[in-house]
Structure formats: C-alpha cells, structure tokens
Design a protein around this ligand. Structure first.
Ligand code: BGC
Ligand code: NOJ
Length: 811
C-alpha cells in the first residue's frame, strides 16, 4: 500500500493523504539554518545547533503527535482549516504535500478556496520563507481571515523543556509593523534574536500564546481565530508566539500571495549592549527587504533549485532500472547531504538536545557526501580531527556550535580513530588534494597542541596498534560500531542498569570488527604514507596490517564465518559455540571489505553464512539467534527485545557492507539483491508495513524475531545514506574515485543491461558508457578513452583536460 507517489520529473515525493503511518518529513536548509517539516506542517527551526539555538518550539512525545509547527489558519465563516490539515485537522476537499529538494509544498482546498504553501530556506540567508497563495475558486466573492502561528522556543532547547521557574519570566518580544521580534536572551548579552514577518500590512497580532489560544485550549482551537480577531497581546514572560491576522476579500478567481519570513539574526557583539532592551534591527530589516516581493522570492527559490541541480550533476546514472536512477540521482544523494549537515542531531527521532555531531557518524556521512561539496568535506574533516585527543582517541560526539567535544559522553569507542582515516582517504581520492595533510590541527580543541593533519591520521592508526588484547586483536573499549555491544560492563551487579558510560577501557574484550576496519583503513593509511613520501611509516604500517590480517585468520575465524569479539573474560562472541548471537553481520562485512580471507576462500564462506543465517525478505539482520534474555557480559544489546535495534534488528547501515563484500568476490546478482531489499523506492508499495518515509532510508527495520517484522524506525539520520551511496555508485555501478584518477569496475546482475554515468571529478566531466555484451557480473576487458583503447580500468588523470568520453567494455 502506498500513501503517495514519486514525481521524478520534479524530483519530489508527493504525499496524497495527511494520514501517513508516521509523520513523513523533509529538511529545509543547506548550511546553517534548518527546519524540519512534516507532511502536515509540523516541525521546528534552528540555527546551526538544534540544542543551543532553537528558534521554534516542538514537543516530542506530544499528543496528538506532531502538533506544533508553522501553521496558517484560514477562517471563512465558521469554517477554520489549515493547508496541511494540522492542527485543526479539519478535513479538506483536496490535500497534497510535495517534499522536494530543500523545499516542501502543500496544497489544500476547502469550500472552493485553495491554499498553496511553499516552504524553503534560501541558500545564502538564515531564514525560512513561506509563500502562501490563497485563491478563490468559486463564482462569488469570499471574505476570510488568515492567522499565522509560530511558537518561539527560548533558544536552549533543554532549558526550554526543563527550567520553567526561570523561563516563564524571561520571554520578550517587540512588534514593529508586520514584524514580530523574539528577543529573549538579548538582554543577557547574547547577540541573537529572531523574527516572524509578513510582507503586507496586518489587521492584528498576538504574541502571547495564552491570549491567542484562550484558557484550556490547544492550538487546534485558538480562541482568537474562532472569534476572528487577534487580541493584540504583547508577551511578557510566559510563552511568546508570533501570530499575524490578515483580513482578505477575494473576488471570484482572485488570488493573493503572502510572503512570511522566519529569520535568525546576529548583531555585531559591540552593538548589543548599547540598549539592552531594544534590538538593533538592521540585519532583520535587510532580510525583510531582500524577500519582500514575489520576484525576489521566486529568484531565491530558483537559486535553491539551481543549487541542487548543480550538486546532483556530479553523479548521474542512466540505467534500465528506474529505482536505481531515482535513488542514485535524487534521493540517496539528497539524504547524504542531510546526514552530512545534521549528523544524528535533529530528526523526528533525535530530539536535537542529546547528540550533536558524532565522530564516527560524521566521518561515515562524509563518504557519501565528499563528491558533492569537497570543500565542505575538507572543513568538516579538520573540525572533527580537532576534537581528537593526543593519543589518537576521540570524543565520541561534539557540539556543532562550539565544535567542542562532548564531555558527558566522553571517549572510549575504539573504532572512532579509524573512521578519521576512512574520511580522509575518501577526501584524498575524490580531490587529490594532499595539502590537507599539512594543515595544522588542534588536539582536544587546544590550538597550542596543533600538529599537521597527517599526525592525526598517524595517531589514529597507532591507537589501534597500541590497544591490542591477548589475541592481538583490537581492544573494543566501550563499544565499536555496535554501540550496544558493551563487553566491558561485566562488573555491574545483577539488577543494576548496564553502564553506558562505564569503564572506558576494558581489560581484555576484543573486536574482530575493528580488526577488519584496521586492515581496510590501515591499507589506505599505508597508501597515503607512500604517496606523501613517508616511506618509513608506510613500511611500519604494512607490518602492523599484515600482523592483524594473521591475527584475524588465527583467532577471528570461527569455521564458517568471522567471529564477532572476545568478551572481558575472553569468551567468544558471535561463534557457533554460543547459545545465542552465534553470527554477527559486522565482521563479515568489514573483514571481507578489507579483503581478509578472499584468497583463502573464507570470504565466500562468510558471505554464504550471512545469506543462510541472517537474511530475511526485508534485509539482513545484525545477528542470530537473537538474545532472549539480558546478558551481563554483553550489555545493552541484550536489553532490546528480540528483533529490535542491535538485538537482531535489520540495521540498514551495515547491509551495504555485505553487498560491497559480495562485489569483492564478483557476485553481482547477490550484491544487487541485498541492495534492493532495503531500498526505499523498491519497497514503496509496502509503506503500511515499513511505515517510515518511502523516499529515504531509516536506521533500522525490525528483524524476523520481532512481532512487527519489516517495520522501520529512526528515519533520515543514519549512516545508511552514505554507505548505500558508496555501495551503489562505487561497488555496484563501479565508479570509483582513486588516488590516481577515476576507476571503473562495475559488479552488476547479468541482466542489468548497459548504462551510462556522468561524473564530475576533479574539475572534469566524465561521460561513461558501460557496455556489457556478454552479460558478465564483473570484469572490465578494456577501456576506450576518447577513441583510444587502454587496458585495465583506471582512467588516467590528465591535467587540464575538461571532458572525458569513455566506453567501458565489460567481459
Ligand atoms: C541506543 C542504540 C543506538 C545508539 C546510538 C544507544 O544508546 O540504544 O540502539 O544505536 O545509542 O544512537
Ligand atoms: C547509531 C549510531 O549513530 C552509530 O554510530 C552506530 O554505529 C549504530 N547506532 C549502531 O549501534
């Protein structure tokens, strides 16, 4: 069952009912100002940091769900309705929501009055623009009143939800013309404020929520709207809002366009203390002027469209499979951008108050983003590296606004350091810009400790070398990629909760997954050293990698698959000897991707075991058999009911690892089958089971042990976006950036057919035609570059050349 459809031409997903199984959302904003917006106009906005600079209020866990946002009430006679249906939930004669790239459109009709709303954040200005067009579709004149509504958040979203004794006295607003300014915090020497304005004279306003709503009412039934008249309230403390009243008379066929702006402003530090209670509005007024007319706003919207056209032109595939084209060319890349911008901080499942930018997460998100805006990837890599400690370990998370490591979470996830090498190597392969290695980068945000970025990579690498356990495998620390495999919390007493912030380093628990990572990214590091002229380091790295490879074969192989780990007492985890949790997906994926066991024939065996034991029709589960009880030596993983999350759920994030692994051994059909199982577009027609947005990936799908097998959770912010794009673009379609140029090495189903890819790479455009007359799954016979035949699969990079026409002959 579907609740909408893809409009590929417009690059939109069109939702045809407000009653989607869950709110289906979109993200507005590409740099600093962001809004989340659901298909019923719910959501909120923030500047840079969803915790510290939250502009509008949202209530997670609220009832009805998703009941705060930027709302427009239309009152015609006694009928009150909203274009996206919420919050009044008045049934509409027509409803549609179109989520597009950086914008959302809503279309509603009630009693022959249509309301079309376009919401977007311009590329270069910190504000959200809402264009509302009302049209009288009837044969007689219509008299109506429009009421806007946003509820301000008092900036720090955690304080906002907790510190009421203070908050309810600090709210301040100012009204000037059609602009309502929210200036809470300005008095206390913060230099920011926000405003909500409209480009037309208003007939009334409210800025106090309780006066607008009336006693014991929710935003589904505001008294002011019912009475058709705002009260003119000026908030003083309590709950500041912004509501404009605009009375309209529309002749038959007449339409009226209104432009609303929610803006974020920062004044220069020196100005702010002149008059603590009166804000300087220069920035705000400039913004209001910038987006005052229809033409200006149309232009801003076109700029946004061009911005996306340009980004998406960097990778474009034309294959015989419309799902592949749609996902690769539109939605997968779009989601990569969103995850790059937000890490795991703010979604409908991440409250924006807990987790800022993840070290591990951001490094992985980069893998799917670096081709889009390499300059921003570079900046991000250096930001992340600056939070690293001198010994190579890292804060697990940092706050986007301050860029400081998060002390509450701390460090101790022993996979973290190696992800920095993953990100750096992806950047170097994409750009060839080795100058990044010379950039001076702080340790623990302390610039006096700055070292060239290369040193950061070296220390990342060394961190694993110096943290090995009794089997010469890497110590796992608090956890590795699998946050819930807490093998060093063995000492907690029965009945005590597991320790998520527990001992930062366990005595002996070891991870085969990190071993795989070490081999994979260690090799990248070795190559970087070689290319950068650090021969000595390259040789040392090679020895350490060879030793790790052997350690995995000796102590990390279980007979038919790779072992997952050793716990704190050196008991095997993820072994056929275990009662439950006998086989895990992560080491199979990472060891095979690292090439471990490929020539020994173990890789194939491991992947066969995955297929036999972990596969379901909805994707590959994290492990099997699911843990049916809580295990002290395993921690959080066994706290989940079987089938959910890390306890045998299907993590969409690591399914691509297996798919990539399959391409390493040339099994294109199987790789593609894995790709399809979790691919949103392929499973759009089971939206009633899957439930989350059918245009983007979710973090997890319930595994076969769960009562709700197939149901997805935690949509949008997941490393799945990046890894799937890497899988599809590099492993399956085979377009691989490498240190020496672009490589092409597809691994596809035999019946996939020929395809073309346009790829922008290091300032040139590559027009690639992949021809597969013999229907092989893998193998490139030769290339034809601008008519010249070349053996191998590397397109040599020629300085200054702007276009390459290449035919790739598979066979
Ligand atoms: C959750 C895990 C989750 C991880 C990262 C843990 O606290 O329980 O399921 O994957 O944090 O969000
Ligand atoms: C979500 C986290 O953001 C990611 O870093 C982690 O690897 C997965 N959970 C698996 O536990």
């Amino acid at each position: 069952m579907k609740f909408g459809f893809f409009d590929d031409e417009k690059k939109e997903y069109v939702i045809t009912t407000p009653d989607t199984p869950l709110p289906w959302i979109n993200y507005l904003g590409s740099q600093d100002f962001f809004s989340l917006i659901s298909n019923t106009c719910g959501g909120y906005s923030f500047y840079k940091d969803a915790k510290l600079l939250r502009l509008t209020r949202y209530r997670y866990n609220n009832l009805p769900a998703d009941s705060n946002g930027k709302y427009y009430y239309i009152k015609e006679g006694d009928v009150i309705w909203n274009p996206g249906t919420m919050p009044t939930r008045t049934p509409l004669d027509e409803y549609q929501c179109r989520h597009g790239l950086g914008y959302s459109r809503f279309h509603g009709i009630k009693n022959q009055l249509s309301a079309d709303l376009l919401a977007f954040v311009p590329v270069d200005t910190p504000c959200e623009i809402n264009v509302l067009t009302l049209k009288n579709q009837s044969a007689s004149a219509k008299k109506l009143s429009l009421f806007s509504y946003v509820e301000f958040c008092l900036w720090n979203a955690v304080d906002d939800m907790t510190n009421f004794q203070r908050n309810l006295s600090i709210g301040e607003v100012e009204i000037q013309g059609s602009a309502i300014y929210h200036k809470t915090e300005y008095r206390e020497r913060r230099n920011h404020y926000s405003f909500f304005s409209v480009n037309t004279p208003i007939d009334g306003f409210d800025t106090s929520r309780d006066e607008f709503l009336g006693v014991r009412r929710g935003n589904d039934r505001p008294l002011a709207v019912e009475q058709g008249k705002c009260t003119g309230s000026v908030a003083s403390g309590w709950y500041p809002i912004a509501s404009h009243q605009i009375d309209l008379v529309l002749a038959p066929g007449e339409e009226k366009e209104l432009i609303f702006l929610l803006g974020y402003c920062e004044n220069p530090q020196e100005e702010k203390w002149e008059a603590p209670n009166v804000i300087r509005k220069t920035t705000a007024l400039a913004m209001q002027e910038k987006y005052h007319t229809s033409a200006q706003v149309k232009k801003a919207f076109q700029d946004l469209n061009h911005y996306w056209e340009d980004l998406l032109s960097r990778f474009f595939v034309n294959s015989q499979d419309p799902h592949v084209n749609r996902m690769a060319n539109i939605w997968n890349q779009y989601q990569c951008m969103v995850t790059f911008n937000l890490s795991r901080s703010a979604s409908y499942y991440e409250s924006g108050t807990g987790r800022g930018m993840g070290f591990r997460d951001s490094c992985q998100d980069l893998l799917g983003f670096v081709h889009l805006v390499p300059e921003r990837a570079r900046e991000r890599i250096l930001d992340i590296a600056a939070t690293q400690f001198e010994d190579g370990s890292a804060y697990h998370q940092y706050q986007p606004l301050t860029k400081k490591g998060n002390l509450d979470i701390g460090s101790g996830f022993n996979d973290d350091p190696l992800w920095l090498i993953a990100a750096a190597s992806a950047y170097l392969k994409e750009t060839g810009d080795f100058s990044i290695l010379d950039e001076m980068v702080a340790f623990d945000c302390d610039t006096s400790k700055a070292q060239p970025f290369f040193q950061h990579l070296l220390r990342s690498f060394h961190y694993t070398c110096t943290h090995l356990g009794p089997h010469k495998l890497p110590l796992i620390g608090r956890a590795d990629w699998n946050d819930c495999l807490n093998l060093n919390c063995f000492s907690s007493e029965p009945g005590e909760p597991f320790q998520t912030t527990g001992p930062s380093e366990g005595p002996v628990a070891e991870s085969v997954f990190i071993a795989g990572m070490f081999v994979k990214y260690g090799r990248e590091f070795q190559t970087i050293c070689e290319k950068y002229g650090h021969t000595e380091e390259a040789l040392q790295a090679k020895d350490a990698i060879d030793a790790m490879y052997q350690a995995v074969l000796t102590s990390g192989w279980d007979g038919d698959w790779f072992l997952r780990a050793y716990d704190a007492t050196s008991q095997k985890i993820g072994s056929h000897e275990c009662e439950e949790g006998q086989i895990f997906i992560e080491p199979q994926g990472f060891c095979v991707m690292a090439g471990i066991g490929v020539k020994e024939g173990l890789a194939e065996k491991a992947l066969d075991s995955v297929k036999e034991r972990l596969d379901t029709k909805y994707g590959i589960m994290v492990q099997q058999p699911a843990y049916t009880r809580y295990y002290l030596n395993l921690g959080e993983i066994s706290s989940y009911p079987p089938g959910y999350k890390e306890n045998a759920g299907i993590f969409c994030h690591n399914n691509p690892w297996i798919s990539i692994g399959e391409t390493m051994i040339g099994r294109g059909s199987r790789a593609f089958q894995i790709y399809k199982k979790t691919c949103p577009s392929y499973i759009e027609n089971i939206s009633q089971i899957h439930r989350t947005e059918p245009y983007i990936y979710s973090q997890m799908i319930a595994g076969k042990d769960a009562p709700r097998h197939g149901e997805a959770k935690n949509s949008w912010l997941t490393g799945t976006a990046a890894w799937t794009f890497v899988n599809l673009s590099q492993a399956i379609l085979g377009i691989q950036p490498s240190y020496d140029g672009l490589c092409v090495d597809p691994c596809i189903p035999a019946d996939f057919g020929d395809f073309t890819v346009t790829r922008r790479f290091r300032g040139a455009v590559y027009h690639l035609f992949i021809s597969n007359p013999d229907h092989v799954e893998k193998g490139v016979k030769y290339l034809e570059i601008d008519g010249k035949q070349i053996s191998g699969n590397l397109i040599p990079f020629e300085e200054g050349k702007k276009e390459y026409q290449v035919t790739i002959h598979m066979g």
